[in-house]
Design a protein around this ligand. Structure first.
Ligand code: ZN
Length: 560
């Protein structure tokens, strides 16, 4: 997902809540959700009554017990009015009850792990509060015009507002959608378009199928009167769904998708993992710029329009590359729970910079990351919700999508790259993605892959950058020693050690000494809160520069 630039949601937490959160985190809250079942497949049939804002659902969920026999099944469902629950294929009716955001279905007998249970749900949702959004057409000449549309937004846990599901990222299933729309409209869904069938009443049903398993939060559809721009990368069909009168700007926004795909394949060593890639612009996508619904990214129309202006070009490129990068980082390999969301968002943010490095060179890459760094440092100073990258106080709402998870995540991946070296980093990325293809991950999976690729132990790196918060605030003092041939440098780490932030980070620190006869590079090994170094430099030093090539990007430096 990509947050809207400049309008972030910050959770206003009371002191009591903060205290409670800290207490829970300190006690080692388990961020995983226990599972008694494994969903194998969702077949979702959806149709609409637009005037009354009703969604009609007919969803079959195929699942199997995981470790113990089950005689009842609990699934997530909020605001779904069920008319019938049956067991397929004979459609024998089952009894059920709904409460606390769940539907509990009594099975006809006990089922053992490995046995297939196929449950069919008929239901409707009137004026859905979340999950599905009905957007009216805007036709006023003085407003930004768009056609009527219906679209979904699940992440983090709003899929349950439109289909009964195990709505947590650790459960992956294949899926099928049958979306019935009015004549003249299209439906964009997940996976390959199998067919679109004309119905007797004039409506059309689009049938999409995802043949590889994905998390519930990536299921989506977009419905509206759109034109489709088409392209192809190797044998992957690419589509961009746009409003008919925005064809030109959509074409600009769409234009580099192919190149980004090629770059990301080259960098990760993993082919684009799905059968197609669509992007659709939608209206009213309020707090966010885009969402990486699997094979069917949703983009805010207001963000796509930036492509028209020179200043907006990088904004749209970053958005398109961010969402595309999620195909590998998030959609194919997915955070196991919300505390590990940085593995999705930090990587997608880092890959924005990686695309810029390919397209515009190293300086552009570093500049992109410096902006991310500065945004994080500004946020860290005022945030009421500071947390390590692995966020054990994560709550399944929009507070997940914060500057730490995105910007710090991206910057830390850059520092990991600097730590292990370029070749080992991309090899590690390849191991991480290959080993966990279509599966879920936690931070230690990334650590293992990087350790294997680099032959280095990286616990120290993950401890300070992933499992702890904050960053080093360096105060550097230096003087030419009174004894000839000596330079004394003292590095003080002045960050407040608050139980979440390390008192001393460890890192190699490049110091460039500017002497009469040119610059001299020295690398200091920093591991203590205050450390002094005496450097043998016979020529008088006029000034010093710290970490000129931004290896330790996440720091602040004051030279005294
Ligand atoms: Zn994202």
């Amino acid at each position: 997902m990509e947050r809207k630039s400049g309008s972030r949601c910050f959770q206003v937490a009371s002191l009591f809540l903060l205290f409670l959160t800290a207490l829970v985190a300190a006690k080692g809250q388990n961020p995983d959700r226990p599972r008694t079942l494994d969903v194998k497949h969702y077949a979702i049939h959806i149709s609409f009554d637009r005037d009354k804002k009703i969604v009609y659902g007919d969803t079959t969920v195929e699942l199997t017990p995981l470790s113990a026999p089950l005689n009842s099944v609990d699934l997530d469902a909020i605001g779904l009015k069920f008319s019938k629950v049956t067991m397929s294929p004979r459609e024998s009716p089952l009894t059920y009850r709904t409460s606390d955001g769940q539907i509990a279905i009594n099975l006809d007998r006990s089922y053992s792990p490995g046995e297939n249970i196929s449950l069919r749900f008929n239901y409707s949702i009137t004026d859905p509060k979340k999950g599905v959004y009905f957007i009216d057409a805007e036709k006023a000449a003085n407003k930004f015009q768009h056609p009527a549309q219906i679209w979904t937004q699940n992440e983090p846990e709003d899929g349950r507002y439109w289909f009964p599901s195990f709505d947590f990222p650790s459960d992956k299933a294949t899926s099928e959608e049958f979306i019935t729309v009015q004549k003249g409209e299209v439906a964009v869904g997940n996976g390959r378009l199998i067919d679109n069938v004309q119905n007797a009443d004039g409506t059309v049903t689009y049938h999409y199928r995802m043949n590889v398993p994905h998390s519930t939060y990536l299921t989506s559809f977009v419905v509206g009167d759109f034109i489709k721009l088409s392209d192809k990368y190797k044998d992957i069909p690419l589509g961009f769904y746009a409003y008919a009168d925005r064809r030109r700007v959509a074409g600009i926004a769409f234009s580099r998708t192919k190149e980004m795909m090629e770059d990301f394949e080259a960098l990760t060593g993993i082919s684009f993992p799905f059968e197609k890639y669509d992007q659709a612009m939608v209206a009213g996508f309020q707090d966010f710029d885009g969402m990486e619904n699997v094979t069917a990214t949703t983009l805010a129309d207001t963000s796509v329009l930036f492509a028209e202006y020179p200043f907006g070009k990088p904004i749209v490129e970053n958005l398109v590359s961010h969402e595309l990068a999620h195909s590998w980082f998030g959609d194919m390999v997915t955070c196991k729970n919300w505390s590990e969301l940085w593995l999705n968002e930090g990587f997608a943010t880092f890959m924005e910079a990686a695309f810029r490095e390919k397209a515009y060179g190293r300086a552009n890459y570093i500049q992109t990351l410096i902006q991310d760094r500065d945004e994080f440092i500004a946020d860290d100073a005022v945030s009421k919700n500071r947390h390590p990258l692995r966020n054990l106080s994560a709550k399944a709402d929009n507070s997940l999508f914060d500057v730490t998870t995105y910007q710090k995540g991206g910057v830390v991946l850059h520092m990991l790259r600097e730590t292990v070296g370029d070749a080992a980093f991309w090899k590690g990325v390849n191991i991480y993605l290959s080993r966990h293809k279509f599966d879920n991950v936690i931070s230690s999976d990334l650590q293992s892959a990087m350790e294997e690729a680099s032959g280095q132990k990286l616990q120290w790196f993950f401890d300070q950058w992933v499992y702890a918060a904050g960053y080093p605030k360096l105060e550097v003092t230096w003087m030419n020693d009174s004894a000839p041939g000596g330079l004394k440098i003292t590095v003080n780490q002045a960050q407040k050690s608050d139980g979440m932030t390390p008192a001393a980070f460890q890192f190699p620190l490049d110091v460039t000494l500017l002497t009469e006869s040119g610059p001299v590079l020295q690398t200091l090994k920093i591991s203590k809160r205050v450390e002094s170094f005496t450097i043998n430099e016979p020529r008088p030093v006029k000034s010093i520069e710290i970490d000129k090539s931004e290896k330790i990007l996440l720091k602040s430096v004051k030279i005294k």
